[in-house]
Every structure is written in C-alpha cells, then in structure tokens.
Write a protein of this length. Structure first.
Lengths: 281, 195
C-alpha cells in the first residue's frame, strides 16, 4: 500500500464533499426563501380561491335556471323571425318598405331600387345564405340610418349590440361590487334591444337597483352612452322603433352585408349594397 | 542540504497525513447531514398548514394553479350562461357579423384624418368612392384646393391614414399632380386598405 498518495486522495475527496455540501446549503437557502416569499402568500390566497370557485358554481346553477326560462322564448323568436327554416321574402321586403318610408319622412332619400335576389348558397353547417343587392341614393343621415339598420338586423338583446369588451367590463364590475347581483345583470343583458331603445331608463334603473355604488353607475353610463348602444338608439330613433313594433317586424331578419360601395355627389350618396338574408335548419 | 530538504518534505507529508482523515470525516459527515436534512428535515419544516392539512410548497403550487384554472373555466361558463347562448348557427352568424366593420364608421375615421389637413370651410380630401368587401377597403378620391402642394398633402394624408388603428395595411398610392381645365391642381388617390 502506497501511503504517500492516500492523504491526497482523502483531501481531494474532502474538498469534493465540501463543494457538494455548499451546493446543498444553497438549495436549502432557496427553499426557505421560496417558503417565505411564495408559499405563505399562496397559503393565504387558497381559501379565497376555494371560496370563489364555490361561489361561481352557485352562480352557474342560478344562471342555468334562468337560462332555461329565457332561452325558450329567445330560441322561438330566432327560429320564427331571425333565422327561420325558410326565407320569408314578405318579411324581408317589408323591412325595405319601412326603411324607404322612414327615409322619405326624413327627406333623406332620393331613390331606392328594387331588391334583386340571387341564387341561394347552402353552407355545410345547415346555414343557407340568400344574397340580394340594391342601390339607394340618400343623404349622409339616410346612409347612417340605412347602414345602421342593416348592422342591427338579427340582433335580439342588449348584449348582442354590445362589444365583448363592454360586456366584460360590466361582468368585472359586477364581480367586484356585488357578485350576488349577477341575475340583475343577466336580466339587463338579455333585455330585448327594441324594448331597451324605447325605454332605456327603465332598464338601466332596474340594473342600478342591484348595484348601488357610484362606480358601477359610472361604468354603466359609459357603456349606455358608448358607441354601441348610442348607434342602436340613433338608428331605431325618430319613430323607427315604434313602426317596427307596430308592423311586428321586430326582431329583424338576419342580414349580413358582403359589399358596400358609396359614391358622393354633393350632399347625396349613392350606396350600392350586396348582402344576404339567412335561414338555418 | 539534502538532509534539510528531506526533513522539510517529511514534515509536510506528516502534516497532511494527520489532517486528511479528520478532514475527510468532517466533510463527509457534513455532507451526509445536509443530505438527510434535505430529504427529511426541510420538508417537515416547510410544510404549511391549510385547513388542518399540511402541504409542502410543490403541493401548494399545484393546488393554486389547479384552482385558478378551474376558476377561469367556471367564469367562462358563467359568462356564457349569463349571455344566453342560443343556437350554434345563430351564435356563429352573430360573431361573424360583429367582426364586420361598419362602413360609415370607417368613413368617419377617414374624413377625420382628412380634416386635419384642411379646414371645415376648405376641406382638401374629397372621397369619391368607398367600398368595403369583407375586410378589404378601397378608397378613391382626390386631394384638391391646395394648389401645387397636392402631392405633398397626399403624402401627409397617407401618413394620417396609417395612424388609424383599425387599418392594418395601406397600399402606397401613385403620387401625381394633375391640372383641371381651370388651372387648378389636384392629386387623385386609390388606396387599398386591409382592416
């Protein structure tokens, strides 16, 4: 046995052990830091998260119950008027007649051509498009009214007229101020759009009854005076909402526009429009 | 001299020989203690009591992430119920319709962009035609009433259009200056814009 080398071997081994020990000491320190900086706050947060999960499950049960009551009537209206199984040409043409009469009352219409229908296009998902085209010569107000009406055609509720950002903002506010008021918010968002345009204050005050803070009132005002609902009120204003109600033309049949061209000549705008009505199985 | 070197060498060797074993024992024992601490002591000391149940950091982290994911899913489901999802066909058409831009709103943005270059009494951007097909916009018009500066103003109008957030891509127009029979200068434009 060579005793000269064995002390060196022991020393090398010792240094190696000390290096590994330093590494383990570092891991210990990190673990203890993780516990104090992350685990303790996480532990405090867990009961809150569990409470929120439980509360959301309860909200879903309540919303499901309400949905069963409301969805029935909404679905019937959609399949009868908005997205029927077969194209109701009379209803479609009645819409253009009402638009013509309304624009004439506004002195905003010079001419409105007849509606030209093209061959239907059946989609794979059971939706069939029924394309049409028309041309009108209108003032700027007339153009806003006509194009605005086509953009609302097919909407049913207040929520349909709002953007996703506006809806998310109301939901977030509701969660912060009074989560139990979700049924009132649901009722407001599910309000028929025409009914809301006819009596906006009634429905807004109904919602504010569940959320009494000034913060929620401000948020609601920003949305009800925002571009989405303001446009709906302007388009359906000046008596158009009442006419649509009297003529039983609401909800309007679903229309999407595929091509709009405008040409200006002084105060008159020639609008050539291609769009489509829709039916669904 | 050789005797001295041999004595110094013998002293060093005996020093290392004496220290190596205790040093090795110490470092080995130290490492062993730390290993035992890592596997047995530290988990005991770093477990947190949650509602009577002790959990370590990894379990806490996993539970927290799982709860947050569950909450996100439940919030989506709750929002869908509140918004009364109706037939899939209707919801599909509705979301396509909401993604469409309102031509008159787009026109207002363009008019506003043009307004910065002229005055209310003397607008310099004249829109002859605006057509929207899907998300493609074609804007045809002229820059007028600015004399021989019409091409410069057209360049400024192009920059103003690029500032409109909803306009993703704007084609560069042909810059030319034309003259009417009356000697007035104008610059026609034809923009293709992707929304």
């Amino acid at each position: 046995m060579n005793l000269r080398h064995s002390p060196v071997a022991f020393m090398v081994g010792s240094v190696t052990c000390l290096i590994c020990a330093s590494f383990l000491l570092l891991l210990h320190a990190r673990k203890i830091r993780d516990v104090s900086e992350e685990a303790l706050p996480m532990a405090a947060e867990l009961p809150v998260l569990e409470g929120r999960e439980k509360f959301l499950k309860e909200q879903i049960e309540v919303a499901e119950l309400h949905a069963q009551l409301r969805n029935g009537s909404d679905s019937e209206r959609i399949s009868a008027f908005v997205l029927p199984k077969e194209l109701d040409i009379d209803r479609g043409l009645a819409l253009f007649d009402i638009l013509r009469a309304h624009l004439q009352r506004m002195d905003a219409l010079r001419s409105l051509s007849s509606v030209e229908f093209e061959d239907s296009i059946a989609g794979e998902d059971g939706i069939t498009a029924h394309p049409f085209s028309l041309e009108m010569v209108v003032t700027e107000e007339g153009a806003k009214k006509a194009l605005g009406l086509f953009s609302l055609a097919g909407y049913l509720t207040v929520a349909d007229a709002l953007t996703q950002e506006e809806i998310d903002s109301l939901m977030k506010r509701s969660d912060q101020e009074n989560p139990a008021g979700i049924t009132s918010l649901e009722r407001f968002l599910g309000t028929d759009l025409l009914r809301y345009v006819l009596e906006p204050k009634l429905f807004e005050e109904g919602l504010l009854g569940a959320y009494t803070s000034a913060g929620f009132a401000d948020a609601l005002q920003r949305i009800t005076r925002g571009p989405s609902l303001t446009q709906a009120k302007e388009v359906l204003g000046l008596g158009l909402a009442q006419v649509l109600e009297q003529e039983k033309l609401w909800p309007l049949p679903f229309i999407k526009t595929s091509n709009i061209e405008t040409k200006q000549d002084g105060v008159w705008y020639t609008i050539s429009l291609k769009g489509a009505f829709y039916t669904a199985d | 001299m050789n005797t001295l070197d041999t004595n110094a060498g013998k002293t060093e060797a005996s020093w290392m020989h004496r220290l190596s074993v205790p040093f090795a024992l110490f470092s080995g024992a130290f490492l062993l203690l730390l290993v035992l601490s890592w596997f047995f002591l530290l988990p005991l000391l770093t477990r947190v009591n949650i509602a009577g149940e002790k959990r370590d950091f990894d379990e806490l982290s996993s539970l927290s992430q799982s709860l947050k994911a569950s909450i996100a899913t439940l919030e989506e489901e709750r929002d869908e119920r509140v918004l009364h999802e109706r037939s899939p066909a209707y919801e599909k058409l509705l979301s396509e319709k909401k993604a469409e831009k309102n031509l008159w709103e787009v026109r207002e943005w363009i008019v506003e962009a043009g307004r910065t270059l002229g005055t209310a009494q003397n607008p310099v951007v004249y829109i002859q035609s605006l057509s929207l097909e899907g998300n493609s916009l074609t804007l045809i018009g002229v820059i007028r009433s600015v004399g021989p500066r019409s091409m410069t103003v057209l360049g400024q109008f192009t920059e103003e259009l690029k500032r409109i957030p909803a306009f993703k891509e704007i084609s560069t127009p042909r810059f030319e200056r034309k003259e009417t029979e009356n000697g007035d200068f104008y610059s026609p434009f034809n923009f293709k814009i992707s929304l």
